[in-house]
Design a protein around this ligand. Structure first.
Ligand SMILES: Cc1cc2nc3c(=O)[nH]c(=O)nc-3n(C[C@H](O)[C@H](O)[C@H](O)COP(=O)(O)OP(=O)(O)OC[C@H]3O[C@@H](n4cnc5c(N)ncnc54)[C@H](O)[C@@H]3O)c2cc1C
Length: 372
């Protein structure tokens, strides 16, 4: 007899399993249909001994000390500042688009002018959404905002979502910034770290407790009528839980072509984006992220794809559109009626979470809804 059956051994399920076992002495069975723990953060060593992220590059960054303190129980860290370049007009420029990007692309005279106007209007260090810049009366800045929209944002969005920016929720476009800074780091969070021995090792430590049983290669539906338990924590797709009664929640998928390369390095930085040409959106070289040294290297080439139910692809990104959020709200209302089931996770909440956000959400559920 288990106190909790947890469907899904990603961050959401594993954090809750760990808290329930260690803080409340609850007995847990955690089930995943994949053959490993860690969900989308799973990593493994490939044939050349390079640590690769099976479901795409995962870079940990957060402003939450609470989340870092919690995860530090299960891992040591190495510092890592992610850098991304985008190929634009044959040049590789830093993204988010910043003052250095301007100097890479425009002749010095114009670049000086853009820099001066940006600092004068918004101040050094500000991240200014291009939509806001488009609204100014300054024609030079408007030109710059249009340039970033057309040459970096538009093509990438079309490939990533197979939708034009105006077909997505306006909040997506609203977030694209020009960073009035010389800081080439992709993130500016207080904590920018990678787990020293990888994510999978961290998950192994989280779940290594006498009260936690792990069952892999199993869909929770296969055993739900066989195993005895009191409550469910569900971290899978919420529409699946309710047998798609209102219809499917749409997702975007990806295919990662992971390749071993017989040379020390493949590219200049962790990730290079290809907003305009090629079918793929970006190439990531894992060694930069994991801090490994080796005479070989491994990369992941990322191809956005349509997700179809019953196909082979994985539902990755909820598609940010108003009608999809409305459909999710109908499922959420059903979820609120169900007793003894807690829904948590990117699939259960139909929400894109960064890793720190899902850890914070799981800790919050534990503190506010379980440990009353
Ligand atoms: C390409 C990509 C890159 C990302 N990069 C970053 C990054 O750089 N930094 C960052 O902070 N975040 C990143 N993220 C986000 C990160 O992956 C999520 O925050 C995290 O995976 C969410 O954890 P979760 O437990 O909610 O979901 P998941 O990790 O997806 O775990 C859910 C688990 O449930 C299992 N499951 C589903 N249905 C069933 C079922 N019926 N029965 C049994 N098991 C089931 C799945 O197999 C899965 O293992 C990225 C996401 C993607 C897609």
């Amino acid at each position: 007899m288990f106190d909790y059956l947890i469907a899904g051994a990603g961050f959401a399920g594993s954090v809750l399993a760990e808290r329930l076992a260690t803080q409340l002495d609850k007995k847990i069975i955690i089930i995943d249909k994949r053959n490993h723990i860690g969900g989308n953060a799973y990593d493994y060593y490939d044939e050349n001994g390079i640590l690769v992220h099976k479901y795409g590059p995962h870079i940990f960054h957060t402003n939450s000390k609470k989340v870092v303190d919690y995860l530090s129980k299960f891992t040591e860290w190495i510092p890592y500042f992610h850098k991304v370049l985008a190929v634009v007009e044959g040049k590789k420029i830093p993204v988010p688009f910043n003052l250095n990007s301007i100097y890479e692309l425009f002749p010095q005279k114009y670049a000086n002018k853009f820099e001066e106007e940006l600092i004068k209007t918004f101040g050094y260090g500000q991240k200014v959404p291009i939509l806001k810049i488009r609204e100014t009366s300054n024609s030079e800045l408007k030109f710059l905002a249009e340039y970033v929209y057309d040459n970096i944002f538009y093509g990438y969005t079309l490939k990533q979502w197979e939708l034009k920016p105006e077909e997505l929720d306006p909040s997506v476009t609203a977030r694209v910034p020009i960073y009035v800074s010389r800081d080439n780091r992709y993130f500016q969070d207080t904590y920018q770290l990678m787990p020293k021995e990888g994510y999978t090792k961290m998950f192994e430590r989280m779940l290594s407790h006498k009260n936690i049983k792990i069952l892999l290669n199993t869909d929770y539906k296969e055993i739900i009528d066989i195993i005895k338990f009191n409550k469910i924590i569900f971290t899978g797709p919420i529409d699946e839980f309710f047998n798609y009664q209102f219809g499917e929640l749409p997702y975007r998928s990806l295919v990662f072509d992971i390749q071993s390369i017989n040379s020390e390095y493949y590219q200049e930085v962790g990730t290079i984006n290809y907003p305009n040409n090629n079918d793929y959106t970006r190439i990531t070289e894992f060694k930069y992220i994991t801090g490994q040294h080796s005479k070989n290297t491994s990369i992941a080439i990322e191809y956005p794809m349509r997700f179809e139910l019953n196909g082979n692809l994985i539902p990755y990104y909820p598609i940010p559109k108003k009608e999809n959020n409305e459909l999710y709200s109908r499922y959420l209302k059903e979820a609120e009626k169900v007793k003894n089931v807690i829904f948590c996770g990117r699939l259960a909440d139909y929400k894109y979470y960064n890793m720190d956000q899902i850890v914070a959400r799981a800790l919050n559920i534990f503190e506010k809804e379980i440990f009353l």
